[in-house]
Design a protein around this ligand. Structure first.
Ligand code: DAH
Length: 349
C-alpha cells in the first residue's frame, strides 16, 4: 500500500477510535496508541530514510498534520468526557435549595415537670425558696419531727417502705419542713419555702394509685401569720393552676403536723360547679391538704411557738397533672411511653 494511502487509513481509524473512547481511561489508551512514543505516526517519522527523498517533506507534513488533528480531537474528546462526568455528578448530587429543613426530633417535657417548673417559678416569684430533701429519709424527719411519734395511729395513713428501723423511702415530703426549720435563722427574716420531690408508698399500682408519686411541700413561718394568709395563698395557687375563675373551699381535716388542718377543694373547672363526672357531681374537686403548723413541729425544731407560727401545705403534683390534663391513668406518668409524653409537646418545641 502506498504510504499516503496508509496515512489516510491511519487518520480515519484514529479518528474513529477517538470517537469510540467512552471514558477517560479508554481515551488515554487511545492517546498512547495514536500519538505516543511507540505510535504508528512516530514510527513513520523514525523511518523517514526509507521514504523517497522527494516525498519526505510531504510525508513529514502529513504526519504532523495528522498528529495535530489527533491531538485536537483527543483534547476535545477529553473535554467532552469531563463535561459528562461533571454533569452526571451534578445530577446525582442535585440539591433543592428551596426544600424546607428537616425537623430534628426533640424530646418533650414530662407533664409533671411542666407543672413542677411552673409552680416553682410561681413560688419563687412570691419570695419562696426551693429546697430538696433526701428520698431515702429517716423516721426521725418524716415522722417524729412532724409530730408523729413511733406509736402514733396516724402513721397508718401512709403505708411506708422501711429499709430498717430508722431509714425509709419517704412517704411524704413533710420531713423537708423539719430540716429547714431546724436551720432557719429567723433574725434574717421569715421562712418561706417549697420542697418538691418524689415520695413512695406501699400501694398496689392501678389507674389511681402508684407506689411512687410527686409532692410539693410548702411552709411559711413568721410572726403574726394567720389562717387568712393561708387561705389567700391557697386561693392564689388554685387560680394559678386551674384558672382565674376558680373558687376555693376549705373543709376541716386532720393532719398530725397542723392544727387546725384543712383540705382545699376547687370549683370544678370542667362543669363550673354544676356537677359532672370529674367532680363526681359535687361541683368541687379536692386538690390539697394544708393547715396552721402545729406548735409541736416548731418546738421539735427548736423554734419558739409562742413567738413564731405559720402555715403549711402539701400538694400532689400527679394529682394536679391528672386534673389539668385529663389523664385517666396515673401509671402513664411512670411508664414513659413516648406516644403519651409527646402529647405534652408545646408547639414551639
Ligand atoms: N403530708 C401530707 C400527705 O402526704 C400532705 C400535707 C397535708 C402536707 C397538710 C402538709 C400539710 O404540709 O400541712 O398526705
Amino acid at each position: 500500500m502506498d504510504l499516503f494511502d496508509k496515512l489516510k487509513e491511519l487518520r480515519q481509524n484514529g479518528l474513529d477510535e477517538i470517537k469510540k473512547a467512552s471514558d477517560e481511561k479508554k481515551l488515554n489508551e487511545v492517546r498512547v496508541e495514536l500519538v505516543g512514543k511507540k505510535s504508528e505516526l512516530t514510527n513513520i517519522l523514525h523511518s523517514m530514510k526509507e521514504v523517497a527523498p522527494e516525498q519526505r517533506r510531504e510525508v513529514g507534513q502529513k504526519v504532523n498534520e495528522i498528529r495535530d488533528l489527533f491531538n485536537s480531537h483527543l483534547n476535545a474528546a477529553k473535554d467532552e468526557i469531563l463535561a459528562k462526568v461533571i454533569a452526571k455528578k451534578m445530577e446525582e448530587e442535585r440539591i433543592d435549595v428551596t426544600l424546607p429543613g428537616r425537623k430534628g426530633h426533640l424530646g418533650s417535657k414530662h407533664p409533671i415537670n411542666i407543672i413542677l417548673d411552673d409552680l416553682e417559678n410561681f413560688f419563687i416569684g412570691m419570695g419562696y425558696k426551693v429546697v430538696q430533701g433526701p428520698e431515702v429519709e429517716t423516721d426521725h424527719y418524716v415522722f417524729e419531727m412532724m409530730n408523729l411519734p413511733k406509736d402514733h395511729p396516724a402513721r397508718d395513713m401512709q403505708a411506708t417502705f422501711y429499709i430498717d428501723d430508722e431509714n425509709l423511702l419517704r412517704s411524704q415530703t413533710s420531713g423537708d419542713q423539719a430540716r429547714v426549720l431546724e436551720k432557719h435563722d429567723f433574725s434574717k427574716g421569715p421562712l418561706k419555702m417549697v420542697g418538691p420531690g418524689k415520695v413512695y408508698r406501699r400501694d398496689d399500682d392501678d389507674a389511681t394509685h402508684s407506689h411512687q408519686f410527686m409532692q410539693m411541700e410548702g411552709l411559711v413561718i413568721d410572726k403574726n401569720i394567720t389562717m387568712s394568709d393561708l387561705k389567700g395563698t391557697l386561693e392564689l395557687i388554685a387560680k394559678h393552676v386551674f384558672g382565674q375563675d376558680r373558687e376555693i373551699r376549705l373543709r376541716p381535716s386532720y393532719f398530725p403536723f397542723t392544727e387546725p388542718s384543712v383540705e382545699m377543694d376547687v370549683s370544678c373547672f370542667k362543669c363550673n360547679g354544676k356537677g359532672c363526672a370529674i367532680c363526681k357531681y359535687t361541683g368541687w374537686i379536692e386538690v390539697l391538704g394544708a393547715g396552721m403548723v402545729h406548735p409541736n413541729v416548731l418546738e421539735n425544731a427548736g423554734v419558739d411557738s409562742n413567738v413564731y407560727g405559720g402555715f403549711a401545705f402539701g400538694l400532689g403534683l400527679d394529682r394536679f397533672a391528672i386534673l389539668k390534663y385529663g389523664v385517666t391513668d396515673i401509671r402513664d406518668f411512670y411508664t414513659n411511653d413516648v406516644r403519651f409524653l409527646e402529647q405534652f409537646r408545646k408547639e414551639e418545641d
